[in-house]
Write a protein that binds this ligand. Sequence first.
Ligand SMILES: *Cc1c(COP(=O)(O)O)cnc(C)c1O
Length: 434
Amino acid sequence: MTKLSETVEINGAGHLAIGGVDALKLAKKYGTPLIAYDVAKIKNQVKRFKQAFIDGNVPYRVTYASKAFSALAMYRLISKEGLGCDVVSGGELYAALKGGMPPEKIEFHGNNKLPEELELAVDSKIGCIVVDNFQEISFLDNILKAKKTKISVTLRVAPGVEAETHKYISTGQENSKFGFDVRSGQAEKALKLLLDNPRMNLKGVHCHIGSQIFAAAGFVMAINKMVQLLKAWKEKYDFTAEILNIGGGFGTRYIDSDEPLPADEFVKQIVKAVKEKIAEAKLKFPEIWIEPGRALVGESAVTLYTVGSRKDVEGVCHFVSVDGGMGDNIRPALYQAKYEAVLANKPQALKEQIVTVVGKYCESGDILVRDALLPVTHPNDTLAILSTGAYGYTMASNYNRNPRPAVVFCENGKDKLVIKRETYADMLRCELSL
Ligand SMILES: *Cc1c(COP(=O)(O)O)cnc(C)c1O
C-alpha cells in the first residue's frame, strides 16, 4: 500500500503543497502552527459519500457531524455542497446558523441537551432533534407546550452493537451513555411516549455505533438490529419510520497502516444491507441518513509547525520540539492517536532518524508523534503532521496560555484565511480585572 507520506502533494520547488499552495509560503504568510485544508479533498469526499446512494437509487441524506470541524467556513462549504449537518450543543447550533446552514437541515444530538439549548433549537425551527433520554423528552415537551409549537424528532437507540475501536469512541453498546437501550425496554417505552405526544413528530430512528470504523460489518449488524426493531414496532404499534439514521464513524486514514473502506464502499454496503433487510421485513423503504464527521474532513488538512529545540539522549531517543502540541491536537494524548509527520521543506529527503515529535506544553504526555521517521531536522524547518482535519481545531485549548492556531482553506493554488490566529489579548477577553 502507498504510504501516506507518499500521497502528499509536492510542488516544483520540492516542497509540500496543500491545494496547490506551497506549505512554506503558508507558514511564512500566516505563521505556525497553522491548520491548512485542501478544499478539493473535502468536496471529493462529499461526492464519494453521495455517489453510492445515487447509484443505489435510494432516498438519503448525508449529514455532516460538525463537531469534527465546526468553523463557519466549513458550515458554508457543506451547505453549498447540499449536505445537512448535525450539532451537539447550543454553540454548534449557533455557529451552524451563522454559517448559513438552512435550519431544516440541522439535526441536534446529545445526551444532556440543556433546556436553553432545546429552546434555541425549537425557536430556530431546526429539522430534527435526536431524542436521547426521558428527561429530554420532558424538557422538550414543556418547551413545545409553552411555545404552542411542534418539532420533528428521531429516537436514538443503543442497538447493542460494539464497534471495534477505542473505548472512548465506541458508543453503540448497551452500557453507552447515549440513547435508549433496546433490551431493557427503554427504547420501546420512549417510542410509546413519542407516539402519544402530539407536539413531537416521530420521523424515525437513529443509532451510532462508534468512530474510526474500518469495515462495513458493524454497520450491517446495526442495520439488521434496527430493522428488526422497526418490524416489531410496525406490528405492535403500527409505527412506520420515514428515516433510518445509522450514524457516522466512518474511518479515516491517519497513518500508513490505516485502511478504512473508501466512503463510497461503505455506503454501497449500507444501501445493500438496508435494501435486503427492509425487503425481508416487508417495511416501507425509509430515507437512509448517515453522519460522517472525520471521514469528510480528516485527511483534507495538515498542521504546519516550526521545528524548535531538540534533545538527543543517545541510545534512548531523540526529541524534536515544535511550536504547537496538545493545545492544537489533543488526540494523541487523549486517545493515543497516531499520526504521520513529513518535513514540509524537504518531503523527499532521505528519512534516516526515528524521533519523537513533542509539543511545547508543560506535560510529558504532550507528544504529537511517538516514532516519526524523518530526515535529520534543524531549527526552523517546517514540519507537517498529516490528516489533522478532524477533531484538531475543535478540541483545541488555550492550555499554558498558548493561542489557538490559524486555519486556512486552500484550493486551486489560492489560500484563504478562515480562522485568525488568537492573540494574547483574545485569550483574556472573558476575564475581569479586579
Ligand atoms: C461523533 C458522532 C458522529 C461522527 O463521528 P465520526 O467518527 O467523526 O464520523 C456522528 N454521529 C454521532 C451521533 C456522533 O456522536
